[in-house]
Write a protein that binds this ligand. Structure first.
Ligand code: XIL
Length: 342
């Protein structure tokens, strides 16, 4: 069978996956995993290795070793890498030292210095080897649509100013790169407030001239039963209205972290995989109908290493099946669904 990226390229698109440098969480150093990446992917993203906590473990200290290894491997194998992410606007995901930092007598100046130092360090190191960055990740609180705060953004005097500075810095130090705002607002019921908050943020970027090129749609999908794909298609208008509004403002779109949390599906693998594939197919058919969407990235290729297992185990404790390949590296219906939707 043809690889997913090869199929995507015939439509002017690309397909790829998150990957880790840690063999325990799904690494390119694992030959079985590497074979899947070579078969299907033209684009990779580091599952964790570029995050601020990882590359900036202490004040003024940088550690790019793990990401460097991944980038070298991807280049040797003819794959591009996306940058994920420069600022994850959640307290929990900021480096602990930044959250605990004493910002001193001029907190806004000190906060800006720290943020700019970080973004410049990453973008200047990789120059044109990275052509697309998730500059800001998850700045909107899903329940309220308001913006998240961190010690850094409070020191800066506001989240908007912090995010704007992140994008402006990235534009200046990586003028070649596509700059993405990435979040997990979805088409699922209960997401209207999150979507509205993201729209407000994107409108604000345009009003203030903040340099943002695209919206990254994480796409951590969640089923609720075997027929969710039918019920949700009946509600696709809200999702289309959201994507219409985003693209009308001139933003491109990316699917950045596709996987499926197989809730409410029978434990039996065949039926479960069918439900996952049907749901993803419905979602991709609607979402990929937007020609401004160019890249589709899965958050891991095999069930063996999916983060979903640790993040939210199934109620019945049966191993999760969120990815295109199963735990023994065999293609699942989800892979066919993606191939058909591309
Ligand atoms: C996750 C990784 O998969 C985990 O290994 C890590 O412990 C936490 O982060 N949204 C994102 C990703 O933007 O960076 C997250 O990745 C998944 C949710």
């Amino acid at each position: 069978a043809r690889g997913l990226d090869a199929i995507a390229r015939t439509k002017g698109m690309r397909f790829g996956s998150a990957v880790s440098a840690n063999p325990r969480t799904g690494s390119f150093t694992n030959p079985d995993y590497a074979a899947l990446l070579r078969t299907d992917c033209g684009l990779l993203v580091a599952e964790n290795e570029m995050k601020w906590q990882h590359v900036g473990p202490a004040p003024g200290q940088f550690d790019f070793a793990a990401f460097d290894r991944m980038l070298a491997w991807s280049e040797q194998n003819g794959m591009a890498m996306r940058g994920h992410n420069l600022l994850w606007q959640r307290r929990k995901w900021m480096p602990a030292w930044v959250e605990a930092h004493d910002f001193g007598a001029r907190p806004a100046t000190e906060a800006a210095r720290i943020l700019v130092e970080h973004i410049e360090a990453v973008t200047r190191r990789y120059e044109t080897r990275i052509q697309s960055y998730d500059v800001v990740n998850e700045a909107v609180t899903p329940e309220t649509g308001a913006l998240e705060e961190t010690a850094l953004s409070q020191a800066m005097g506001g989240t908007e100013a912090t995010i704007d500075l992140a994008f402006r810095t990235a534009r200046t130090s990586a003028p070649h790169a596509e700059l993405v705002y990435n979040d997990y607002m979805s088409w699922e019921p209960g997401n209207a407030t999150h979507r509205a908050g993201v729209l407000r943020l994107l409108e604000g970027f345009r009003r203030r001239g903040t340099p943002v090129d695209a919206l990254g749609i994480q796409s951590h999908l969640v089923t609720s039963g075997p027929d969710t794909h039918k019920s949700i298609l009946a509600q696709q208008d809200d999702w289309r209205r959201f994507l219409d509004a985003v693209t009308a403002m001139g933003y491109r779109l990316l699917v950045t972290e596709l996987d499926v949390r197989d809730n409410g599906l029978p434990v039996e693998a065949k039926a479960r995989d069918r439900g996952v594939a049907d749901y993803a197919r419905a979602y991709l058919d609607v979402t990929l109908s937007y020609s401004r969407l160019r890249d589709v990235v899965a958050w891991g290729m095999t069930d063996r290493f999916s983060w979903i297992e640790g993040f939210e185990p199934r109620a019945d404790k049966a191993p999760r099946r969120p990815c295109p390949y199963d735990a023994r590296y065999r293609a699942k219906p989800l892979r066919d669904a993606i191939a058909a939707a591309l």
